[in-house]
Every structure is written in structure tokens, then in C-alpha cells.
Design a protein around this ligand. Structure first.
Ligand SMILES: NCCC[C@H](NC(=O)CCC(=O)O)C(=O)O
Ligand SMILES: NC(=O)OP(=O)(O)O
Length: 313
């Protein structure tokens, strides 16, 4: 039984990418693989792309899909052990995960970082709670620290559009009015690190350092203009600071991506994106923007991850 929790669960980039291309060319080629199987999708947070693309991927594989906004519609879940449950939490993860495992064959979970309690976020309390107590494989639909399905879709997109063997890919921070998680930039940096064929670097203001275990030798620039020079792909995302944990230290509009800054590069973002805050209209409305193609590749990233899980059952 294989889970898909992290970009490191992609055991061979080449084989996953070629399977994604096969699925994209002929989406129903493997429609017998999931026959009679049920995919459960649990959302503790909002979603457009992840919810619909994963359902679509399940359809391509002949799986039945059940989706629940567990954060709003389910019983409030307790994750701590030994608690006297006389407050707001009605059900313990120990029962909930085992019960769901009787109804589903694979379980997708979306549970963002709280951005309040670093320890709980880094321990992936929700995702790992389901992994520990469910008896079926778990698919990460964006957790506290990672969004591997997004990173896989992004990798598929870059390989489709790259014009040189070693394109320059830059991950750039951009301003946002709210505090957002580091899950997307962590997984994008992680998948780039696992694929050294790309000339990858990161740019962000001081104080927005990503997880040092992921960043390690990746070049980091605090001067965005210097970082973006001659880039082929500019992947843009806001994230909140690591110290103080979850803080918004800067809303400097000079970090917004403009047409002038982008030059000839392709623009990438996982969506949803705030127009004229993260990036100006002229970029999103130009042929340099790959955001719609990235969102399309979410279906095939999910289809490949589900196929790998189904093969392991
Ligand atoms: N799944 C893709 C991104 C999800 C989330 N973005 C957001 O919550 C943006 C919401 C806003 O713009 O208010 C994030 O950054 O991890
Ligand atoms: N990119 C992404 O995960 O989008 P949703 O949050 O809409 O699922």
C-alpha cells in the first residue's frame, strides 16, 4: 500500500512524466484500473482545482468518488490522545479514520497549515493522523507543509513548454494581503531540487526563508530583478514568514510581477491568484501565462498518483 504524501514519493520522474503524457493523450486508456474502487476526498479548506481535477482523474480511472467538506459538514475532530472530550470536538480521529476506511479504498485529505502552531503544522497533525489510523492509502490534497500534486502538475507543465535542455526556473515571492502557507513553494522547490536538470533559484525578501532542509544549496536572491534576469519560467507565489511563524512582514508592491519584469519568460502560479497584487493583468492576459495549462495538468498529475496508489493495493 503506497501513500502519496510528498514530492519524494515520486519514485521516478521519467516514468511518472511519461505516464502523465500517456493519460493526457488518451484519458480513458486506464479506465479499468479503478473499477469497483471508491475514492474519498475530505476537505478541511476551500478548493476549486484540487476538488474538481481529482474527481475528474478518478472518473478517467473508472473509480467512484465521494467528496465531503469535512471541515464544515463533519463532526469537529479531536487529534490529541487522552483528551477529555467535553468541549467542542465530537469525534476522535481514531474512530473517524477507521470508519472512513470501511467506505473508501483511497482517501484524499486537504488540511492547510494553521500558521498559529508551528509544531503541529510541521508534524502534519491532520494528514499524519489519517495516515496513522486509516487502513487505506492517503493522497495529499495540500497539507500543512506540502502540495505535491500541484508540484507534479507544475513539473509536467515546465517539461511541456521548455525550449532548452536546462531552462532557468525562478521561484519568486510576491505580496498578498493575508498570511498564506508555505506548502506550495516547499513542494515546488522540493520537486526542482529532485530534478537538477533545471537551473533553479529562489527570490524573496529577507525574513521569508523557506524550510532550510529543502533549500540547502539552492541559490537564494533578495534582489528580485537580479534573480529574474534571463529566466525561462517565473513561478510566483506568496507565503508567510517563518519567523515570526505565519507573519506578514512585507506587502511591498514592488515585488508584484509585471510584464516588464517577466520579459520573455513564462509566468506560472498555482491559482487562485489576486490580480494586480501578485501579478498585473497584462501578464495573466498574455500568452506568457501558463496558469490555465498548469490547472489542466492537475487532472493528469492526480491520475498518475492515483494509478500508482491503485497498483500498490
Ligand atoms: N491550493 C493553492 C493555494 C492555496 C492557498 N491559497 C490561498 O489560500 C489564497 C487565498 C486568498 O487569496 O485569499 C495557499 O497559498 O496555500
Ligand atoms: N491550486 C490549487 O490547489 O487550487 P485549489 O486550492 O482551488 O484546489
Amino acid at each position: 500500500m503506497k501513500h502519496f504524501l510528498h514530492v519524494d514519493d515520486i519514485d521516478s520522474t521519467a516514468s511518472w512524466l511519461s505516464l502523465a503524457a500517456e493519460c493526457k493523450k488518451e484519458p480513458f486508456k486506464f479506465e479499468k484500473k479503478g473499477k469497483g474502487k471508491v475514492l474519498g476526498l475530505l476537505f478541511f479548506n476551500n478548493s476549486l482545482r484540487t476538488r474538481l481535477s481529482t474527481q475528474r482523474a478518478a472518473y478517467h480511472l473508472g473509480m467512484h468518488c465521494m467528496t465531503m467538506n469535512i471541515g464544515n459538514e463533519g463532526w469537529a475532530l479531536e487529534f490529541e490522545d487522552g483528551t477529555i472530550m467535553d468541549q467542542g470536538k465530537a469525534e476522535h480521529i481514531r474512530e473517524a479514520a477507521r470508519v472512513i476506511s470501511q467506505y473508501c479504498d483511497v482517501l484524499g485529505v486537504r488540511a492547510f497549515a494553521s500558521l498559529k502552531d508551528r509544531e503541529k503544522d510541521e508534524a502534519e497533525q491532520v494528514l499524519h493522523g489519517f495516515k496513522k489510523y486509516a487502513t487505506i492509502p492517503i493522497l495529499n490534497l495540500e497539507s500543512a507543509t506540502g502540495h505535491p500534486l500541484q508540484a507534479l502538475a507544475d513539473l509536467i507543465t515546465i517539461t511541456e513548454y521548455q525550449q532548452t535542455t536546462r531552462p532557468k526556473v525562478v521561484l519568486s515571492w510576491a505580496p498578498h494581503p493575508r498570511a498564506l502557507p508555505q506548502a506550495v513553494p516547499n513542494s515546488f522547490a522540493g520537486i526542482m531540487k529532485n530534478n537538477p536538470q533545471f537551473d533553479f533559484s529562489i527570490t524573496h525578501p529577507k525574513g521569508y526563508e523557506l524550510n532550510p532542509e529543502i533549500v540547502r544549496d539552492i541559490p537564494v536572491f533578495h534582489d528580485q530583478n537580479e534573480a529574474l534576469k534571463d529566466a525561462d519560467f517565473v513561478y510566483v507565489k506568496n507565503w508567510s514568514a517563518s519567523r515570526p511563524y505565519g507573519a506578514v512582514l512585507s506587502d511591498d508592491p514592488h515585488w508584484m510581477i509585471t510584464r516588464e519584469k517577466l520579459g520573455k519568460a513564462y509566468f506560472m502560479h498555482c491559482l487562485p491568484v489576486r490580480r494586480n497584487v501578485i501579478v498585473e493583468d497584462a501578464v495573466l492576459d498574455s500568452s506568457n501565462s501558463l496558469v490555465i495549462e498548469q490547472a489542466n495538468n492537475r487532472t493528469f498529475a492526480a491520475q498518475v498518483a492515483l494509478m500508482k496508489i491503485l497498483e500498490s493495493l
